[in-house]
Design a protein around this ligand. Structure first.
Ligand SMILES: [Zn+2]
Ligand SMILES: [Zn+2]
Length: 640
């Protein structure tokens, strides 16, 4: 009998009989491990322990102690949900039900469900868990399985795609329930320690809006009730801070069906925040020697053909026919900026040439993928492009990085940094790639920044440094980038005259300090729980007159603070109710003015943390406010 060799996580190699499964190898290593084996990770894929191995495979054995175990458990929980659903709704048809990062979902159809129905399904699922049914893997002739799914187009689609050419086909069975599935699964339904259904939404089959709409039920599972409780607590907190909820409560923005999906409308409050962000970026850009430019929302598609975006982006572009000519809303700003550079002749002494623009772009994402400000059709990038000589890359990237870190620091956000290097398919010479990558590395090393190297993850046109934001709840979001580009200067035939009087190709640098304003605003809303730092707050001070008699004094105070965004609460409410409203509107400072304050010419101050001080001198308060705003303080002391 011939042998095959598998590699274990510690790098050691093991010779086993041909046809050995994951479980066989585990038993080979030790009987204890064999008994504990739940599944395997083979060449990076999570597979059933009954999977036979091929020669040269990298193998990780998955036991209850492995990180992957939770994923296996949750996949089994998805089956338990489907079984419970079919017990209660025998006509329900199953489409697909995978595990996700924090639970599972199952897409179903032919059943009318709303969130009130979840409790009964959950109770049935608890029943199935208590029954402790064995979960068994079976191989069946393909023909038989195809025939069994005669009235289920989704399972047949899976048979033709994921399970194409497989014969026999694997089925997992528990009690009376079975499902077409690759696994892996836990041994029995009783292993699921905690099970919960979370919510219902709808989804298109395969995420494609031309396909059927299905009902998607989300749930999660853990090994223990304690872990479930901790998860639900984090989830509640995240929901409280959800930017879609706060966006409405704080009157920041809306997305309206009549005006179109994925097209945010910024209300005055939201626009005030955006304007402050834009002014901060503008100040950093001007200091760094950038020149503002402006380009329209629409270009002839000739431009996108020239830049190469048309080939790759046409499905995501909004196209228009104007006088029999094709135009497109811009999916990116770079070709416009490259065209501006192209209009002049440049000497090596002129470089770097730096342009910036708050550029609105349009990308047609699947409607089902749109969500609040995180996935939209129209968004604005704080975009900048720099045209540099190859020897200037390092200094220029340093300059960008300084400002990106200033952003992270200013907002109290933690950064994750990754260097993405040359992919297999790329343009540009070895020499220029090596030089560019080593310059990016030098920048990161010289600034003493911890970063991951994502080998082969660069764009085909150049390496890049990606930044991700980690918010107050530990969630990660794509943030700004610095990308080098050797391709677009070629496509636009951009040149500068060198010291040698010859034409040379500049390198183009794409960069943003925030990324998109939409994404960044979303991160800020959730990170600060809507309590923006004073300089960003749409309303910075609210004056609360105790009675209408104090309105005159309130207006005098407002005039004295005319360099701030100040409102007077003049509804005939009690002071208590006015305070409550200002807190729920997240206003940083309240000035409470009654007869005593008016008589002494002072103010009573209350902040968002419910700290209060009476008899505060008006000028001292204004000075404190100015310092807090101008220094962009995040966690101010109270009237220090
Ligand atoms: Zn499955
Ligand atoms: Zn660009």
């Amino acid at each position: 009998m011939s042998e095959i060799v598998v590699t274990l996580p510690d790098g050691s190699e093991l010779s086993v009989a041909e046809g050995s499964t994951v479980e066989d190898v585990a038993f080979e290593i030790g009987p204890g491990l064999g008994r504990d084996t739940v599944a395997g990770v083979v060449d990076g894929d999570l597979v059933d322990k009954a999977t036979p191995l091929s020669d040269g495979a990298d193998l990780v054995i998955v036991t209850e102690d492995s990180d992957e175990y939770l994923r296996v458990l949750r996949h089994s929980a998805a089956h338990v949900f489907a079984q419970a659903l079919q017990r209660l709704y025998p006509d329900a048809k199953l489409a697909i039900g995978p595990p996700t990062d924090d639970g599972f979902y199952y897409d179903v159809t032919n059943v009318d469900l709303d969130s009130e129905d979840l409790a009964a399904i959950e109770a049935e699922a608890e029943e199935i868990i208590a029954e402790d049914l064995d979960i068994e893997r079976e191989e069946r002739p393909r023909e038989e399985v195809v025939a069994g799914y005669a009235d289920n187009p989704y399972k047949r689609d899976i048979l033709e795609t994921e399970a194409a050419g497989e014969d026999p086909v694997t089925i997992y069975r528990q009690g009376e329930f079975e499902d077409l599935c690759q696994g892996p699964h836990v041994e029995s339904t009783g292993e699921i320690g905690a099970f919960k259904l979370l919510n219902i939404s709808s989804a298109y089959w395969r995420g494609d809006e031309d396909n059927d709409t299905l009902t998607r039920v989300y749930g999660t599972a853990f090994e223990s009730e304690e872990e479930m409780e901790a998860y639900l607590e984090r989830r509640r907190e995240a929901q409280e801070r959800d930017h879609r909820k706060l966006g409405q409560e704080l009157d920041l923005f809306s997305i309206d069906d009549t005006t179109g999906p994925g097209l945010p409308l910024y209300h005055p409050n939201g626009k005030r925040v955006l304007d402050e962000l834009s002014a901060f970026a503008r100040e950093m850009n001007l200091d760094a020697g950038y020149d503002p430019v402006e380009t329209p929302h629409l270009f002839r598609t000739e431009l996108w053909k020239k830049s190469g975006h048309y080939e790759n982006y046409v499905d995501d572009m909004f196209l228009l026919d104007v006088n029999d000519e094709e135009y497109g809303l811009k999916p990116m700003n770079c070709p416009g900026h490259a065209t501006i550079f192209e209009q002049n002749s440049w000497s090596y002494r002129d470089l770097p040439v730096r342009y910036f623009e708050d550029g609105k772009v349009y990308r047609k994402e699947q409607r089902g993928e749109l969500s609040g400000l995180s996935r939209v059709w129209a968004f604005t990038i704080d975009d900048g492009h720099v045209f540099v000589r190859p020897d200037q890359i390092e200094d220029e990237v340093n300059l960008v990085m300084d400002n990106i870190f200033r952003v992270f620091e200013t907002f109290g956000l933690d950064a994750e940094v990754a260097l993405a290097t040359r992919p297999e398919k790329s343009v540009g010479s070895d020499e220029i790639w090596e030089r560019a990558e080593s310059q990016l590395r030098d920048v990161l090393d010289s600034q003493d920044i911890a970063y991951d190297v994502e080998a082969g993850d660069g764009a085909f046109y150049g390496p890049k440094i990606d930044f991700a934001f980690e918010d107050a709840l530990g969630r990660k979001w794509d943030g700004p980038t610095v990308q080098l580009d050797f391709n677009m200067p070629d496509r636009f035939d951009l040149t500068y005259t060198g010291e040698d009087n010859e034409d040379h190709r500049p390198v183009m640098l794409h960069r943003a300090l925030y990324g998109s304003y939409e994404r960044f605003l979303m991160v800020l809303i959730e990170h600060f729980d809507g309590k923006f730092p004073l300089w960003l707050a749409p309303e910075q001070v609210r004056i609360l007159p105790v009675s209408d008699d104090n309105l005159g004094y309130a207006h005098r105070l407002k005039n004295e603070l005319d360099d701030f965004r100040v409102e007077i609460e003049d509804r005939s409410w009690t002071v208590g109710r006015k305070i409550q409203q200002a807190h729920s509107d997240r206003v940083p400072y309240m000035l409470i003015v009654g007869d005593d304050e008016e008589a002494s010419g002072a103010v009573s101050v209350r902040d968002r943390k419910e700290r209060e001080r009476k008899d505060v001198d008006r000028e001292a308060f204004a000075a404190h406010l100015r310092a807090e705003r101008d220094e962009k303080r995040i966690e101010p002391d109270f009237l220090d």
